[in-house]
Design a protein around this ligand. Sequence first.
Ligand code: NDP
Length: 331
Amino acid sequence: MATFKRIVLASRPKGQVTPDNFRLEEVPVPSLKDGEVLIRNHFLSLDPYMRMRMEDVKSYAAPQALNETMIGGTAGEIVESKNPKFAVGDKVVGMMGWSEMGVSDGTLLRKVDTAHIPLSAYLGSVGMPGMTAWYGLTQIMQPKEGETIVVSAASGAVGSVVGQLAKQRGCRAVGIAGGKEKCAYVVDELGFDACIDYKAGNLEADLAKATPNGIDAIFENVGGEIFDACLARMNAFGRIALCGLIAGYDGEPMAIRNTRAFLTMRLTMRGFIVSEHPELWPQGLKELGTLVATGKLKFRESVAPSLEAAPEAFIGLLKGKNFGKQLVKLV
Ligand code: NDP
């Protein structure tokens, strides 16, 4: 009997995620019903939101169920089809989870063209993370030419796109990232105007140097002291796209201390969840796809070699060990 591997949530984390929160299983390949397709997943996307789903708390989505396949975006290929909309060999992006194979009735399954865009990019710059950057920048920050924007976790899947899109709109783009190597990449390869290494210990002074005219808009991915330092540099009527608070996902939630800046600088902050805005995805993905296909939007990937390596890679993502979009190669 043909089988494939999948990873389920074995237990909910108490504090930091550990490998024993996950369990690897081997399951039989199911036979298809009419309307279904069988997909072999080539790549699994690891994303910070998975950490929040591992907890049984009120959130924008239901918690990940115990003993079920871990949620996750995947890119793969149709290997069997009983659905007239999909043919064997079609490349598809879907939500098949931490699993080598998956069955779908076609819902939320998107055919993609890999002639000019690599399959893996549909999980990064031309997928959910890219769309997140596009949404926060264009819909919430709405930067004007000449304004200064700051983005934290700047070398990552979302942050790297934010800064490049902002530069294309004539802004001064300043990143914040952990370590010299990540910062050098953000400036030299991605073309940001500056990048601050928050691990170097001079966050406030370095941020002041990099933002001589203050900050007009923030794309917040991290929270905690990084966010507070940015708030202290905000200009009047600044906008904040609150995208993520990763510094607090794997432990205690981070407080925002610099609340005074909201009053004195009359700031607007909006949290958002990119999946809630499906009507804008075609527009955003079109821009992102064109930019990647023409080499105007650069990206980098960290690729774990197999499904077995996914838990460790995920734990690493929450500690900043990834450099660019974190993926798992499945086949
Ligand atoms: P990244 O590729 O940026 O990887 C995560 C990065 O976060 C790490 O590489 C690390 O970078 C940084 N990081 C991790 N822990 C800490 C910490 N304690 N303090 C500071 N930085 C930390 O991930 P994504 O681009 O996929 O996601 C970035 C953010 O966007 C996350 O907060 C995520 O939850 C959010 N997000 C929100 C969405 C929405 O709809 N609202 C959708 C998608 C993502 P470094 O080494 O530079 O510190």
